[in-house]
Design a protein around this ligand. Sequence first.
Ligand code: 5RP
Length: 223
Amino acid sequence: MNEKQLVGEKAAEFVKEGMVVGLGTGSTVFYTLKKLGQLVKEGLSIKGIPTSKQTEKLAEEFGIPLINFREIDSIDIAIDGADEVDPKMNLIKGGGGALLREKIIAHAAKKFIVVADPSKAVNRLGQFPLPVEIIPFGFEMTIKHISSQGLSPKLRQKNGTKFITDNGNYIADCVLPKELDLKIAEQLLNMIPGVAENGLFLGMADTVVTLDKDKNILLKERS
Ligand code: 5RP
């Protein structure tokens, strides 16, 4: 079993009967979705809220019943991947471009579980470019404002054209300067009109499901 599968499947064990489950996006949580689909077939009753169109499609394929925000008051648990995880369990997310929906769902969840193989662990966030979702109106100006904060944004491209998120927005992949405090970076970005959301998930993860050096499951809990 590959590392993503090991952590992805383990996270499905946190899901209990009757729960409303935030369903993350990416190649690690893919295995969680697959496992949940199997458990549903075996009788588990849950409702999922997907963080992307891609995940919505997968959930339907795997037979996970979906629910929407109108029908619920809260989300019991959200399970999602990460691009980087620091020792305090702060995250960079959005490599797949789903960060806005992912943050809405993680924020609404009573428990936020992150599935991350050991390659995602870093001492300091920022080796992976920080994805920032920006709205198309005036995006050239928004990019200049991000740039003036020293974050060197680069508009994400896909197949030679601008990458478009599920929300119809663009992604600016940014450089996090080493000397910049993460909280300050988050505040600076949130203050720029045109920024819809940033991929810093600070203090949000409750549990990180990862592996130790012998490939045994390691659960890290927020202290
Ligand atoms: C998508 C994300 C993903 O969770 C993140 O990119 C990790 O993906 P993977 O599990 O494929 O490495 O934030 O927006």
